[in-house]
Ligand binder design. Structure first.
Ligand code: HSE
Length: 370
């Protein structure tokens, strides 16, 4: 396998290192903006050098972001090259373009590292689908948010100090608002749910609430009541209706989610026969992510392409009621409990609560367990 590697940042460098000693694959081109010299690969600023090299059979996209990643990946597929990407924003946003094109061209496309870093999550979903129906997927999918919430809960750090640590450790996205506003988790949920259910969810109806507004006082209220706050994604398929959302949720001590430390992810599926299966691992970082990129390249060697076929576009209904902790602006007449100055709401449909939050962006919400 002759690889054209797009990007030489955290993930790209990891891919270069992990493929280096392998006899079955070789990085022959690296697309990189900054000056770089490598002993065994040509370095270019021009993507066309890679696109027009007929000896390159595989493009590994590790530049991130939507553009020019979309244009490069679409051009590579049109040129008949196989593509591995770790870019969840790309796959989630352009699912309806990428998947039909790769199926039409008969090329291979995989993105295992885009969800769960080093966890074999999407590849396991593919295996699960061979036997049974997936009823739900979700969990802790963002290492940065988990690190921040864990540091605030167990080490008493401020939100700002914890966020600075995730940036120093290389977990956060280039723009960390993507992590803390729940957008990174949202992308990962969309990719996971589309593959799990074999559909293309209406992403405009999937809301995301993040952790940007959480304060030490919220964490103190949760701790006093035995709860731990986590940023959670959920997607469920129930009798032809789909639910999908991202939001902070509270877990009692003893729940597996409550114990997830640092940058770890805990992602769960419920299968129609196998029941609940959870996957724990490092969801961010150079080597865990590069590991799954190389796994995808190995899968290409045995002809494995995308995890599922291209399914129908389906609407998302988030009408299930949940009770929420709300700090800031929740109406008194819809409050059931008072937690030292913060409200616990009556049951509110998920979609309705997220609409309210859009109109009250200074508030912080966290769903309570059922
Ligand atoms: N910023 C992401 C995270 C990186 O913290 O989980 C891995 O996708």
């Amino acid at each position: 396998m002759r690889i054209g590697l797009l990007g030489f940042g955290t993930v790209g460098q990891g891919v270069y290192e992990l493929t280096g000693p392998r006899p079955d694959m070789q990085v022959v081109w690296v697309l990189c903006r900054r000056p770089l010299s490598l002993p065994d690969a040509k370095v270019t600023h021009d993507f066309n050098d890679i696109l027009l090299d007929p000896t390159v059979d595989t493009v590994v996209e590790a530049i991130g972001g939507l553009h020019p990643a979309r244009e490069y990946v679409l051009a590579a597929i049109r040129a008949g090259k196989n593509v591995v990407t770790a870019n969840k924003a790309l796959v989630a946003t352009f699912y309806d373009e990428l998947l039909p094109l790769t199926l039409e061209k008969g090329t291979l496309l995989r993105c295992t590292a885009s969800v769960g870093g080093g966890i074999g999550w999407l590849s396991e979903l593919e295996r699960v689908r061979r036997i049974e129906t997936v009823r739900s997927v979700g969990g802790i999918m963002n290492g940065t948010c988990n690190y921040i919430l864990d540091a605030m809960t167990r080490r008493g750090l401020s939100y700002e100090d914890a966020l600075a640590q995730t940036q120093a450790l290389g977990y956060a996205e280039a723009d960390p608002t993507t992590d803390v506003d729940g957008i990174d988790t949202w992308h990962k949920l969309i990719v996971s749910a589309n593959i799990a259910f074999g559909v293309s969810l209406d992403i405009s109806a999937i809301p995301a609430a993040g952790i940007r507004r959480i304060r030490g006082e919220d964490v103190a209220r949760f701790r006093a009541r035995g709860y731990t706050c986590k940023l959670i994604s959920r997607a469920q398929a129930e009798e032809g209706a789909y639910h999908a959302y991202v939001q902070p949720e509270l877990f009692p001590q003893g729940a597996p989610e409550a114990a997830v430390p640092e940058n770890y992810n805990l992602i769960t599926l419920v299968g129609s026969t196998s029941g609940r299966q959870s996957f724990l691992g490092q969801g961010a970082g150079r080597y865990p992510t590069a590991y799954n990129v190389v796994q995808d390249c190995v899968d290409f060697l045995s002809g494995r392409g995308f995890y599922c076929g291209y399914g129908p576009k389906v609407p998302v209904t988030n009408d299930r009621p949940m009770r929420y902790y709300v700090r800031g602006g929740w109406p008194r007449e819809r409050t059931r409990e008072n937690w030292d100055g913060a409200a616990v709401t009556e049951p509110v449909p998920v979609a309705q609560m997220h609409r309210w939050l859009k109109e009250n962006p200074e508030a912080f919400i966290a769903a309570l367990p059922e």
